[in-house]
Each structure stands twice: as structure tokens, then as C-alpha cells.
Write a protein that binds this ligand. Structure first.
Ligand code: CO
Length: 629
């Protein structure tokens, strides 16, 4: 017998893949005790996009979510997904922040840390690994699986070996785009087991439907653990259904031993939540299957479609799909996972829309090309590299310098910045990762008593708002008392801590959640949007018929917002009368969540500027006129 272990991903990847990460803690609490009794190897319940979605859209404290899950599911190890040096954010954080965040995650209830880097660059994982081992957690080193001429089975095994050297307890093969195939899985798992010797976990997204076959071949080859979701949050962009795998392996040497009837009861609960909230179930479409032809992951595809819609250029999708593999090859075949999927996708859209490949290179792509995200899997195309070096005036980062080591923000600096608003280390860390969102959250809840979700059977003393004190033994009694009291909120003291219990449907109970909101794909390391300031660039107006014939219009290559300077503190790029050299930036266009510099094609003199910072521009709108020098 070699029982297969199951990690349930419903509480993290399931809703991140299908519900735009909008599952609320109150959705989870009623079913957690039952899920806790299943005997999962772990429940993936935190990390990934859940942290910032809690702050941004759900008005929830992510740390409180973690503590609540742990409280109601104390027996099952909780797992999180982290992006190494990027933690649960979209840029590198300093080693100190990585260490403190990891220690705090462990302290608040996490045990298993699945760490991946989009580029499989071991330097971006090192600090996380040290912090996890120091805290006493399980370090699951992760391979970001992709297909390219430089990504071979041996290259993945070699990376797994590096993860082992950092102290990994297990290895995860992460197939975020659903591109793994059964016989590749078999070969990869066989080699990992033989050459690396650590437990192997498979994380496949269903998408085109290969995942259950991959799991079966992987299990036969020695995989120890597989990731599945409850059927209501399975299939499509999510994981395969746990119920399917448990049934498939029953009465074999791989029998999971999980109680199928219990799984069905849990599935019924989630199906109820799904229908009540109006979310679609995971499905496989023609688009999902096309991934085997163009290799553009599903999540990235929906992003491209919406970018092109905004640009009024939906009909150009086929060109963009042809452009993506070209761009990806030119920049060394990065796996198309966050943030590389956005960076490569946007560059491809720009290349198609401008009609001149690489004429506009957003800051994020420049940083990637110069090595600031990590080492590209293969060398960058020489022409692209030369152009980026020339445009940015920067040399590539010395490979002996880890990109994360360039970030030196200390905890003390962040703590001072947020000041009294933060009441705990967790609050400070929240601010370190998402300054704007965390500040807004902390301001909204400043002086609040702690929000807490109670379960039937919890005991509490109740301090009613009208100051009568009630002794309430059980939660049903409490809810009845609340219903009959006519007050919207009661404050409960439990030991030293005070918590607020709000009556359902009372104002402020549930933050409005946009139903079926678009998937939030936060822009990677976007420079802060320049603020429109009082003194705009001088604008001279010349009547159209008075413009000399040799003036050249600089136009917006796409729909976006015009800025005359790179940041609020800097001087404008140009003023009327300035001389500019070919390739010089004259303004910024913010489009598709990225800041792109617009350049002039030949040495010229700026003759007329038609826009002011903050102006919304359409495709082809004239920004300024220049006269060739
Ligand atoms: Co996933």
C-alpha cells in the first residue's frame, strides 16, 4: 500500500482561479470543522492573491483570516503559496521583511510554505527558505513548469536539486498553465524521485483536462501528494475535483483512505455557497484547448482579451497570439506566470498595436531584460538587450548580485512610516507589502474592536451597546439575544480581548463585493502614477493650417493616460523649444497598467504640446508636434 495524500486547494487556488479570489472568511467558517476532519495532508488556505484581495476588495484583515481558519481547523496543516522574495506581493521585498513576514505567517498558523519563483531563479527563493527553516515550517520548493527549448526535464531536476540544497522538505511541480502532459509528468516524477529523493507533490490546473491523467501517471511514477479542489470549485482554470481522484484510487494500492461521503457533504455546502454567490463553475472551452497549440496560458488569455478591448483592437488577438512566442523567445523563454505573463503579454500587444516591434518598452520589461527580476532562463536577444541598455542608460545587473539584495528597506523604517495606525507587527508587515491598501484598511478600522467570527458552541460574555451586560453561554443564545435586542452590534469580551459581533445585514456587516468581478491582475511593480500638478507644461496652440508641413505629429500608439514627467518630483521631459535626440523620451503614456515612454524617431525640436498631464488619450491622438532638426 502506498496511500496518496491530498492537499485541498479550495480555500486558496480554487477561488483564486474561479471566483476572482473573492471567497470571504465567513464563507469558510461554517464548513471548516468538517473539512478539518477529512484527513487532508494540508489545506492550501492562504497566500497567492488572497492577501491583497482581502485588503483591496473584501475589507478583511488577512491575518485575522488565517487565525480564524486555524481556530476552526486546528488539526489540518495549513499551507500558503508564496512568490519567494516577492512574498504575496508583486515586487522584491528586503530580506528582513521576508524573514519577519515568514515568521509571522508561521506564528499565526501556517505550517507548509510552497515557495516558487517565476523564473526558477534560486536566488529569489533563498531568503524565504532560510526564514521558513528558522521558523520551523515545511519548506516546499517549487518548480514553475513551462515548455521551451531551454526547459528540459533535466533542467527542472537540476533546479529541484538546488531547492534540496536550500533545505527543501518536498518538491512541488507547479503546472500553473495546464501545459503538463501525462508522459512528461511520468518522466519528471521518476527522475525527481530517483535523483533528488524528496517527496513530490503535483499541482496541476485542469484547464484543457490533462490534470487527472498527469496525476495518475505521476502517482504511478512515485508522486506522494496531489492537489485537488472540492468539486464546486474544481475544473476549468482550477484543480481537478478531489472527489474524482479519491474515487479513482479507491481499493487500489494508492487508496487515499479519505471518507467519500464526508467529501460529498462538504461539496454540497460549497455548491450552495457557489450558487448563492452566483459564481460560474469551472469549465473547459475551446480557448482552454488552444493552449496546446499557442501555449498561451488561459489566465493570460483573458487578460489579453480585455487589454485589446480597452484598445478597441479586439480583432488583433490572432496577431498578438503569434507575437507572444516571438517575444518570449527574444527574452529568454520566461515561464508565463505572474509577473512574466503580464510583462510578455503587454510587450506583445504593444509590438502589434504600434506596428513597430520593440519601439515602446515598458519599465517592467526593461527591468526584466536587465536582470532585476532574476536571471532569464536563456540569454536575451542581442538587439533587444542593446536597445534596452541604450534607452534606459543602465547596464545589466551583475549576475553575482541577487536582485532581492538591492532592496534594503528595514522593518524599522516601515514601522515608523505607518506609525500609530499599526497596532501589531502583522499590521506593519501588511503595510510593508501593500502600503496604500493597508493604510486605507487600518484607517477604516482604527479604534475598532477586533472583528471575529463566532461558531456555534463558542462561549462569550456580551456587553450590549446599551451597556446592559448579558452572560451568553452559547452562540445560538447570543444570536437570539442580538435579534431581539434590536441593536446592530454587540461587543463581546472574551478573556482580555474584545470583539464585535454584528447582526447579519446590519450596516457595515458585509462590504459590497462586486459580483463576478474581473480577475484582479495587479500590475507588476508599476511606478507610482505621476500626480497632476498645478503648473502644467506650457501649451501653445497653433491653428492647424498654420503648422508648417515639416512638423511631425507624435501620436498616442494606444489608449491611455498622458503624463509629461516620469514622476511627480521630476521635471517635465520636454518643453516647447527643447531639442531632443532620436530615441529620447518626450512623455509617458500609462496604458494597460504600465508606464511606457514615448520617444521621438529623429533629432528634432519640440514645437507644440497639445496635452496636459492626466489627459486621457485615444488611439492616434496627437500628443505634440516636433520639427526635425
Ligand atoms: Co495554482
Amino acid at each position: 500500500m502506498r496511500p496518496i495524500q491530498i492537499t485541498d486547494t479550495t480555500l486558496r487556488d480554487g477561488h483564486q482561479s474561479l471566483w476572482a479570489t473573492r471567497m470571504e472568511t465567513s464563507d469558510m467558517v461554517p464548513i471548516l470543522p468538517k473539512m478539518d476532519k477529512v484527513g487532508y495532508w494540508a489545506m492550501e488556505a492562504w497566500g497567492g492573491a488572497t492577501f491583497d484581495t482581502c485588503l483591496r476588495f473584501l475589507d478583511e484583515n488577512p491575518w485575522e483570516r488565517l487565525r480564524t481558519i486555524k481556530k476552526h481547523a486546528p488539526n489540518t496543516p495549513l499551507k500558503m503559496l508564496t512568490r519567494g522574495q516577492n512574498l504575496v506581493g508583486y515586487k522584491h521585498y528586503s530580506d528582513e521583511i521576508v524573514h519577519r513576514f515568514t515568521a509571522a505567517s508561521y506564528r499565526n498558523g501556517l505550517e507548509v510554505f510552497r515557495v516558487f519563483d517565476a523564473l526558477n531563479d534560486i536566488r529569489n527563493v533563498k531568503s524565504s527558505a532560510e526564514a521558513i527553516l528558522e521558523a520551523g515550517g515545511h519548506f516546499q520548493g517549487t518548480i514553475s513548469y513551462t515548455i521551451s527549448p531551454v526547459h528540459t526535464i533535466d533542467s527542472f531536476v537540476e533546479y529541484a536539486q538546488q531547492l534540496k540544497e536550500l533545505g527543501a522538505h518536498s518538491i512541488c511541480c507547479k503546472d500553473m498553465a495546464g501545459m503538463m502532459t501525462p508522459y512528461v509528468t511520468e518522466e519528471l516524477v521518476t527522475k525527481l524521485k530517483k535523483e533528488v529523493g524528496l517527496p513530490v507533490q503535483l499541482h496541476c490546473h485542469y484547464i484543457g483536462g490533462m490534470a487527472p491523467m498527469n496525476y495518475l501517471k505521476g502517482i504511478e511514477a512515485g508522486a506522494d501528494t496531489i492537489d485537488t479542489a472540492v468539486v464546486a470549485l474544481a475544473f476549468g482554470n482550477s484543480q481537478p475535483a478531489g472527489e474524482t481522484l479519491v474515487a479513482a484510487l479507491r481499493d487500489t494500492q494508492y487508496d487515499t483512505g479519505l471518507d467519500f461521503d464526508k467529501l460529498i457533504e462538504i461539496a454540497e455546502y460549497w455548491e450552495g455557497v457557489r450558487t448563492a454567490k452566483g459564481y460560474k463553475r469551472g469549465t473547459t472551452s475551446l480557448l482552454s484547448l488552444e493552449v496546446y497549440s499557442h501555449q498561451v496560458p488561459g489566465g493570460m488569455m483573458s487578460n489579453l482579451v480585455s487589454q485589446l478591448e480597452i484598445q478597441n483592437a479586439s480583432e488583433r488577438l490572432p496577431e498578438v497570439l503569434k507575437e507572444i512566442p516571438k517575444v518570449r523567445a527574444e527574452v529568454g523563454y520566461p515561464p508565463l506566470v505572474t509577473p512574466m505573463s503580464q510583462i510578455v503579454g503587454t510587450q506583445s500587444v504593444l509590438n502589434v498595436l504600434t506596428g513597430k516591434r520593440w519601439s515602446i518598452v515598458p519599465q517592467e520589461m526593461r527591468d526584466y531584460v536587465l536582470g532585476y527580476y532574476g536571471l532569464p532562463p536563456a540569454p536575451i536577444n542581442e538587439d533587444v538587450l542593446a536597445k534596452v541598455i541604450k534607452d534606459s542608460g543602465k547596464e545589466p545587473l551583475d549576475p553575482s548580485i541577487a536582485p532581492g539584495s538591492l532592496v534594503t528597506t528595514t522593518y524599522a523604517e516601515v514601522e515608523e512610516e505607518i506609525g500609530d495606525l499599526a497596532k501589531s507587527e502583522e499590521d506593519v508587515l501588511m503595510y510593508a507589502l501593500f502600503p496604500n491598501e493597508a493604510r486605507a484598511y487600518l484607517e477604516r478600522h482604527h479604534g475598532d474592536v477586533e472583528d471575529k467570527i463566532f461558531m456555534t458552541g463558542d462561549e462569550a460574555n456580551v456587553d450590549r451597546e446599551d451597556e446592559e451586560t448579558m452572560d451568553v453561554r452559547h452562540i445560538e443564545t447570543l444570536i437570539k439575544a442580538l435579534d431581539s435586542s434590536g441593536v446592530a452590534e454587540v461587543v463581546i469580551s472574551e478573556g482580555d480581548s474584545q470583539v464585535a459581533l454584528r447582526k447579519a445585514n446590519a450596516p457595515g456587516t458585509a462590504p459590497a463585493v462586486p459580483a463576478a468581478a474581473p480577475v484582479a491582475v495587479p500590475a507588476p511593480t508599476v511606478a507610482p502614477a505621476p500626480v497632476v500638478e498645478a503648473a502644467p507644461a506650457p501649451v501653445t496652440e497653433v491653428a492647424a493650417d498654420e503648422r508648417p508641413a515639416n512638423w511631425i505629429a507624435v501620436t498616442a500608439p494606444m489608449v491611455g493616460t498622458f503624463y509629461d514627467k516620469p514622476s511627480p518630483e521630476s521635471a517635465p521631459f520636454v518643453a516647447v523649444g527643447d531639442t531632443v535626440k532620436a530615441g529620447d523620451a518626450v512623455c509617458i503614456l500609462e496604458a494597460m497598467k504600465l508606464m511606457s515612454e514615448i520617444t521621438v524617431e529623429e533629432d528634432s525640436v519640440v514645437r507644440e504640446i497639445l496635452c496636459e498631464s492626466g489627459d486621457a488619450l485615444g488611439f492616434g491622438d496627437v500628443i505634440m508636434y516636433v520639427e526635425p532638426a
